[in-house]
Design a binder for this molecule. Structure first.
Ligand code: UP5
Ligand code: MG
Length: 195
């Protein structure tokens, strides 16, 4: 007897590289469920019943990574509640704590197809995010000061996780500085090859 495993793709890349944008397109075309760890944390922060609201707000404003126990619990719950089996996990795992916690809590229950890595210069990402902030995104971290901290965290904590998956041969790297449609052409090819 073998338990059915969740099908998984992790989606990583710097802030503003287009993870959310491409995930929406993948959902439309390939029927995956999109779970953005950041979106789940923001929803939890806005949940008046949550004991973690203030803490999450603080971490996000400072571009710091929330302890994995919280993020993992939110992801696991969303996976269960969806009733589905195939997921894009966007913006996670972002550091060693995330990776260890995830492997311990969920590693056995999932089949990781690959890690989709959106490679994009920090200059391009900055332009996109500051434009989004100026247009009224409402995100507390779409400002110059928070963005600098988000980039620091990305360089110091998330890049090593991407290297880790690279050494396992699991990274699919795409040039994310192009237009959304151009990027999606390559994304489509990768997903067409699954199964
Ligand atoms: N845009 C998108 N693609 C474009 C393209 N090809 N050309 C031109 N413009 C493009 O896109 C960003 C903006 O760029 C949008 O305006 C879009 O229209 C435009 P988006 O698709 O939103 O990019 P994305 O990579 O998703 O950017 P996001 O800002 O969401 O990235 P982050 O990784 O910073 O945000 P996330 O929500 O994942 O995390 C936020 C914070 O939550 C983290 O800093 C951290 O504090 C916390 N967090 C954790 O603690 N743990 C986690 O596991 C996850 C998050
Ligand atoms: Mg996003």
């Amino acid at each position: 007897f073998k338990m059915a495993k969740y099908n998984l793709v992790f989606v990583l890349g710097p802030p503003g590289s287009g993870k959310g944008t491409q995930c929406s397109k993948i959902v439309e075309n390939f029927g995956y469920v999109h779970l953005s760890a950041g979106d789940l944390l923001r929803a939890e922060r806005n949940n008046p019943g949550s004991q973690y609201g203030e803490m999450i707000e603080d971490y996000i404003k400072n571009g710091l990574i929330v302890p994995v126990e919280i993020t993992c619990k939110l992801l696991e719950r969303a996976m269960k509640d969806s009733g589905k089996m195939s997921f894009l996990i966007d913006g996670f795992p972002r550091n060693e704590d995330n990776l260890q916690g995830w492997n311990k809590q969920c590693g056995e229950k999932v089949n990781l197809h690959f890690v989709l890595f959106f490679d994009c210069s920090l200059e391009t990402c900055t332009e996109r995010i500051l434009a989004r902030g100026a247009a009224g995104s409402g995100r507390v971290d779409d400002n110059k000061e928070s963005l600098k901290k988000r980039f620091d965290t990305y360089m110091n904590s998330t890049m090593p996780i991407i290297s880790h998956y690279e050494s396992l041969g699991l990274v699919r790297k795409l040039d994310a500085s192009r237009s959304p449609d151009e990027i999606f052409k390559d994304v489509k090819e990768l997903f067409s090859k699954i199964n």
